[in-house]
Ligand binder design. Structure first.
Ligand code: 7TS
Length: 409
């Protein structure tokens, strides 16, 4: 399917937020790596749950409870299909990527790591794929190691044997950097990890919403991602794990519905994935995520990826034509995230000036301070796209940057 101008305009019509004006201007949202906007169908799914069949799941023996449970569980099947997992039991609902990674760091890490073991991550991780491993290393005596990055925002993988060793027990790596837009060669990294017998967790927060990610083909052990970055509500995310691995793990949180039986002394666990879904889950959000997956599937994730690639190229070409713009991240495999600075204008000042003309970009360290240190900058500006962004919006960004340059001269 061609994602042409008419089709994008039709897509935009599905998002009520774009109907408003900001400071009298058309609203241009270029902070999709932080969170995405929601189509009416997702909003309707959440409203419909609360207004028509609000009930707790997996316990209510009445019509509404059955409908809630059925709809909640149907999202699990949709998620499994979306990432090509052959078993819906390998899909655990979490609050988001952060919680999914912490789940592995606690439920797997605390029981399988010890002194002499190594956890391998990279210098371009989001804090949510750094700090849980720092804590796990601290608590278990394991060592945390980093695959370095170049100044171009690309992993240095020329001597893999330096990093992938017999001590490596877990490799946790982002599929796409939220700072550089680099799409990392996860296939290669998974192969290196498997060669030394390590497990692999892929942080798919920035990849699953934008490209086809097939866990069957990748053969990763875990994949984490967030619903709110793929048109879904906040408060819901996913941990995919190989079923046998999830079964071998201890629970993360204890509470209702995660047990098989409880005595005064101890408890036994429910089957996976319920063992990892203690307490009342975010039911409305999971149901909303189901609607988001329907929306994305209907358009086709490959079509979305192709369109974003065009938009990314268009933006990079526009930005490199401005002498004062410095771009960070020069990987040939580049997703829809572009970090840059403009002359010596502080990123927050640029973001504020763009806000005056209705353009929302991100400015800051993007929860990736090690990457910022590597670049030797305290912060960058970041424009990130999704299926509803247009070349006309990029033209406005270009004009906004030119205006800021004139203003600060
Ligand atoms: N991993 C990556 C690669 C991310 O980009 C993010 C969020 C997370 C993990 C955490 O996701 P959460 O849904 O649990 O918060 N990244 C961003 C960002 O770039 N700007 O705001 C959040």
């Amino acid at each position: 399917m061609m994602m042409d101008k008419a089709y994008i305009s039709q897509i935009r019509n599905d998002f009520p937020i774009f109907k408003q004006r900001i400071r009298g201007k058309k609203f241009i949202y270029l902070d999709n790596a932080a969170t995405t906007q929601k189509p009416q169908s997702v909003i309707d799914a959440v409203v419909s749950y609360y207004s028509e069949y609000n009930a707790n799941v997996r316990r209510a023996i009445y019509a509404l409870g059955e409908r809630a449970t059925k709809t909640y569980e149907s999202t699990r099947v949709k998620v499994a299909q979306f990432i090509n997992a052959d078993d819906p039991h390998s899909i655990v609902f979490t609050r988001g990527t952060t919680e999914a990674i912490n789940l592995v760091a606690y439920a797997w890490g605390r029981h399988n790591l010890g002194p002499g073991d190594e956890i391998l991550i990279t210098e371009m991780e989001h804090h949510s794929n750094i700090v849980p491993w720092q804590l796990a290393a601290r608590d278990t005596g394991a060592t945390l190691r980093y695959i370095p990055i170049t100044r171009k925002g690309v992993l240095k993988l020329d001597k893999p044997e330096q990093y992938f060793t017999d001590q490596t027990k877990l490799v946790a790596i982002n599929h796409q950097s939220n700072v550089f837009g680099t799409i990392n060669p996860v296939e290669k990294i998974i192969a290196y990890a498997k060669h030394v017998g390590a497990l692999v967790l892929v942080d798919g927060a920035q990849s699953v919403p934008h490209m086809s990610v097939d866990v069957g083909e990748l053969n990763c052990d875990f994949l984490a991602f967030s619903g709110h970055k793929m048109l879904g509500p906040t408060g819901v995310g996913v941990l995919y794990g190989k079923r046998s691995l999830l079964e071998s793990m201890d629970p993360f949180l204890g509470g209702g519905e995660m047990i098989s039986s409880v005595t005064m002394e101890h408890a036994t666990w429910n089957e996976v994935p319920y063992k990892f879904e203690a307490g009342t889950p975010n039911i409305a959000q999971v149901i909303g995520l189901g609607a988001a997956l329907d929306y994305l599937t209907n358009i086709g994730i490959e079509n979305i990826h192709r369109y974003e690639q065009e938009l990314t190229r268009y933006t990079l070409n526009a930005l490199v034509s401005i002498d004062e713009v410095m771009i960070y991240g020069h990987s040939p495999a580049h997703g829809a995230v572009i970090s840059f600075n403009v002359a010596d204008i502080h990123p927050h000042d640029l973001a504020q000036i763009l806000d005056q003309v209705g353009i929302a970009i991100r400015a800051g360290h993007h929860c990736a301070q090690p990457s910022m240190r590597k670049l030797d900058v305290p912060a960058t500006c970041r424009a990130s796209f999704y299926l509803y962004n247009t070349p006309e919006e990029i033209d406005c960004l270009y004009k906004g940057i030119k205006k800021a340059i004139r203003f600060f001269k």
